[in-house]
Design a protein around this ligand. Structure first.
Ligand code: ADP
Ligand code: MG
Length: 250
């Protein structure tokens, strides 16, 4: 279980997350929504110990581990995976080289190339990505949509237990959205990870049966609910009083 309590975070001396509380049980899907600039990406990066952010108060606890002072490598080793809003391009290192190295690190043994290649082929089929892409430099010169799929390749190969998806659906055409949605559902059904989905759109959510929804405003969660909350948000928007912590007839 991931437990964030009273989490208060700054960057450049500006408070971005403010007394944020959020619990995510193993195997649960949570959706985080909110206007631009409310701190959604910040939350995703703080979970991965991005050095721009300083935790001023509160705790991030995952099972028996306090994450506050862990570095990104240690957090990844615990099974965390961030699919970033803007995936980085790494020129000079191919997907395949990176994945083989990381897998041999994780498992403490040399990767069986036959099994590795077999799985790469299976995953490329699932995510509808040409097999040649596994030999391309990580995200380098890929389109926005291709980068998202390329990150899904990493997800399937590394099998993380806690998945954070920061706007995986932005910039995807309808066909790509369908592939990404069905791939994620497949990943969820296979591995039952916890997933935190940050999104502005309900479209990606129709691939999931059950999830909890939270609205972030000014760095705090102001409203939580079940999937019905999505319909209310679509109808009245984030600015409405009802979303900002006041009474609401759900
Ligand atoms: P969202 O993802 O909800 O659109 P962000 O988390 O990206 O919002 O940003 C929240 C606020 O924090 C914005 O005002 C943004 O400019 C600011 N911010 C985010 N990261 C940094 C940073 N590294 N340094 C300074 N300000 C930042
Ligand atoms: Mg963002």
């Amino acid at each position: 279980m991931l437990k964030m309590s009273d989490l208060t975070v700054s960057a450049d001396d500006k408070i971005i997350l403010n007394n944020l509380n959020l619990d995510i049980n193993d195997g649960e899907i949570h959706v985080l929504m909110g206007q631009n600039g409310t701190g959604k990406s910040t939350l995703s990066k703080v979970l991965m110990a991005h050095p721009d952010y300083k935790i001023l108060k509160g705790n991030i606890i995952y099972n028996d581990n306090v994450l506050n002072n862990l570095d990104t490598t240690s957090i990844s080793r615990l099974g965390f995976f961030l699919l970033s809003q803007n995936p980085v391009e790494i020129e000079g290192i191919t997907n395949s080289e990176m994945l083989r190295n990381v897998l041999s690190e994780i498992n403490n043994e040399k990767v069986d190339i036959f099994k590795f290649n077999k799985k790469l082929t299976e995953v490329c089929n699932i995510i509808d990505m040409p097999k040649e892409y596994v030999h391309r430099d990580i995200n380098f010169n890929m389109s926005g949509g291709e980068k998202k799929k390329n990150e899904l390749l990493h997800l399937f190969m590394l099998e993380p237990k806690f998945v954070i998806l920061d706007e995986i659906d932005s910039g995807l055409d309808i066909d790509a959205l369908k592939v990404v949605g069905t791939s994620l559902k497949k990943y969820y059904d296979l591995y039952k990870p916890s997933i935190l989905i940050i999104t502005h759109h309900a479209d990606i959510l129709k691939y999931f049966d059950d999830f909890k929804v939270h609205v972030l405003n000014n760095g705090s969660i102001v409203k939580s609910g079940n999937k019905d909350l999505i319909k209310i948000i679509e109808k009245i928007g984030f600015k409405a009083n009802a979303i900002n912590g006041n009474d609401i007839n759900e």
